[in-house]
Each structure stands twice: as C-alpha cells, then as structure tokens.
Design a binder for this molecule. Structure first.
Ligand code: 5GP
Ligand code: ZN
Length: 135
C-alpha cells in the first residue's frame, strides 16, 4: 500500500519503538501517547478499518491486546486500561491502517470517555430495531 505510514513502519522504512512482533502484528509505542505506556497493535497487512480486516486476524487481536495490556500495566504501574479501535474518519481514525490502541490507565479523570447524555427512552427501541434489521 503506497503512502501509508503504518505500512512504512511495518516494513521498517520509518523507525518505531517496538515492544512485540509476530507473523500477524507488531506492537509499538504510540508517538503521541494518551497516557504513559500507550501502545498500538498494528496489523502487518494493510486493512483500512475493522470491517476490511479478516475475522481470523481480528480473533487473534484481542488475546494479544490482553497480553500486552497486562505487560503495559505492570510496566508503567497502572491498575487499569482501555482498548479501542477507531474505525473510519468520523470515529477519529487518522491512520487508515488497522490498529488497536492499548492505553494503560491510572485514573478515570485522565481521559473523558463518559460524556453521554441519558437516552431518550421513546426512541431507544427504534434505534435498537434499526440495528437488528441490519444484522
Ligand atoms: P487513530 O486515530 O488512527 O486510531 O490513531 C493513530 C495513532 O497513531 C495516534 O494515536 C497517533 O499518535 C499514532 N501515530 C501516528 N503516526 C505515528 C507514527 O509515525 N509513529 C507512531 N509510533 N505512532 C504514530
Ligand atoms: Zn498500511
């Protein structure tokens, strides 16, 4: 894939600080960490989003995230962590090459992840129905 920064990192054309690699993934330190120890698990193959990545690959990602999260927690002395995958520019994905964030956490105040307003309970069943129709 041309002009992909993570393909360049996977190929070693751009330097990175790696903590792990196997035949499917590399894991590296995020250059702009949300918290100390923020890691990215990056697929070796180029897939733009989670919807493009094969299920067999994704099935290997979560056990790896668990292993790396535990190591990151111990490494930086954090008692908790977040894992997430941005998928699509509207989600905030800026690098269109599949990667999973592992973010060690020491306090819920570090990152504001709970900005939601209470659901409108007259609309919630219809939103749920619209989702079910597309399964
Ligand atoms: P996204 O929003 O696409 O899910 O997140 C991309 C992440 O990649 C960001 O957290 C950003 O800091 C990180 N990042 C972008 N460019 C580089 C880079 O060249 N090297 C490393 N190590 N991380 C990068
Ligand atoms: Zn790529």
């Amino acid at each position: 894939m041309g002009d992909c920064i993570f393909c360049d990192i996977v190929m070693g054309r751009i330097p990175s600080i790696r903590v792990y690699e196997d035949e499917n993934f590399i894991a590296l330190m995020d250059i702009n960490p949300l918290t100390p120890g923020h890691l990215l698990i990056v697929s070796r193959e180029h897939y733009a989003t989670t919807l493009d990545a094969p299920d067999e690959l994704l099935a290997k990602a979560l056990p790896l995230a668990k292993k790396l999260a535990e190591a990151a927690m111990l490494g930086v002395g954090a008692p908790a962590f977040n894992i997430f995958v941005n998928s699509g520019p509207e989600s905030g994905q800026v690098v269109p090459h599949w990667h999973l964030h592992v973010v060690p956490r020491k306090s819920p105040k570090e990152l504001p992840l709970h900005g939601g307003a209470p659901a409108d309970l007259t609309k919630l069943p219809f939103t749920a129905a619209a989702i079910r129709e597309n399964l």
